[in-house]
Design a protein around this ligand. Structure first.
Ligand SMILES: [Zn+2]
Length: 303
């Protein structure tokens, strides 16, 4: 009986230490990406909806976004360790959203620099209580161990990180998808990580400034990228087309809401009609588009 209990305890410990590795794809030499699933960020969600990546240089590793829970972070950590034993030097968060940041806790032991927008720490603090509460409700036991880990190194405008043999150029933006958006460009392969400044397949969701976001998309089109890892959806070689699709959705939404307001339609009506021409082109359209109208309409009433 005692032996059985000891064995059981050992089993529990090993299960805890050895998280299953997230499946990743090496999209270019030294660049690994795990693509999240297209589920809504709400009840029933398992913390694995955004893209998480890591980049291996000759000196060390940078992780870009960590998933929606400590558990997903551990699985990402395991995926990193299957590939390389080099030190994890940087953990970069592309923005404040919970599906991108709650795996941070799984990397604390590595003592990396946690990197984010200069406004990220404040945004995390402001949302901390709500994020912990609702994600705990949504994920239940799968959320155990998740915590807010704030940046220790911030990006004001530009920041260069050296992984050995490859440099990463980070850029911080004014309010667009959120007020904490950062992109990463790998010098060696011209791979651009946009965070949620680019959605592929999945309906873009707004939590910042629609007009600001449209302006940033123009900036992103000018980046000489060979491929883009979006915040959600497949990695794309033809970044321009993907950015054009997103710009078309967002400008349609903007124009339709403006027209709706001009006609004197209330927001509830606008939620039914705005950007209806885009339905069928995006995953999770009905849920996300309604939320977007809800976010954007009040601000446009006073234009
Ligand atoms: Zn987001």
């Amino acid at each position: 009986m005692r032996l059985f209990a000891t064995l059981f305890a050992l089993l529990l410990i090993s299960a805890h230490v050895q998280a299953e590795a997230l499946p990743v794809t090496e999209i270019s030499p030294g660049i690994y990406v795990h693509q999240g699933v297209h589920e809504d960020l709400s009840e029933g969600y398992r913390g694995d909806i955004c893209n998480v990546s890591f980049i291996v240089g000759s000196k060390g590793i940078a992780v870009i976004d960590t998933g929606g829970s400590f558990k997903i972070g551990q699985q990402l950590h395991e995926a990193v360790r299957k590939v390389s034993s080099l030190p994890i030097l940087y953990v970069i968060n592309t923005h404040v959203h919970p599906d991108h940041i709650f795996g941070n806790a799984a990397f604390v032991q590595d003592k990396p620099a946690f990197v984010g927008h200069s406004k990220l720490a404040d945004a995390m603090e402001l949302r901390k209580e709500t994020y912990l509460r609702i994600n705990n409700n949504w994920l239940g036991a799968d959320f155990a161990g998740s915590e807010i880990v704030k940046p220790t190194l911030t990006v004001q405008d530009k920041l260069e990180l050296n992984l050995g043999g490859r440099k990463l150029e980070l850029t911080a933006y004014p309010t667009a998808h959120t007020n904490t958006d950062v992109t990463v460009l790998d010098s060696k392969t011209a791979t651009l990580w946009t965070g949620d400044l680019l959605f592929v397949e999945r309906t873009p969701s707004i939590d910042g400034d629609l007009k600001g976001w449209l302006a940033v998309i123009d900036q992103l089109k000018a980046v000489p990228a060979q491929q883009i890892v979006p915040g959600h959806g497949a990695v794309v070689k033809d970044g321009k087309t993907a950015l054009n699709n997103e710009q078309r959705y967002l400008s349609t939404l903007l124009n339709d809401i403006r027209a709706s307001i001009k006609k004197g339609e209330v927001m509830e009506k606008s939620m039914e009609t705005a950007a209806a021409s885009e339905k069928g082109k995006w995953v999770l359209f009905d849920i996300v588009n309604r939320r977007n109208v809800n976010t954007v309409y009040p601000g446009l009433e006073w234009e």
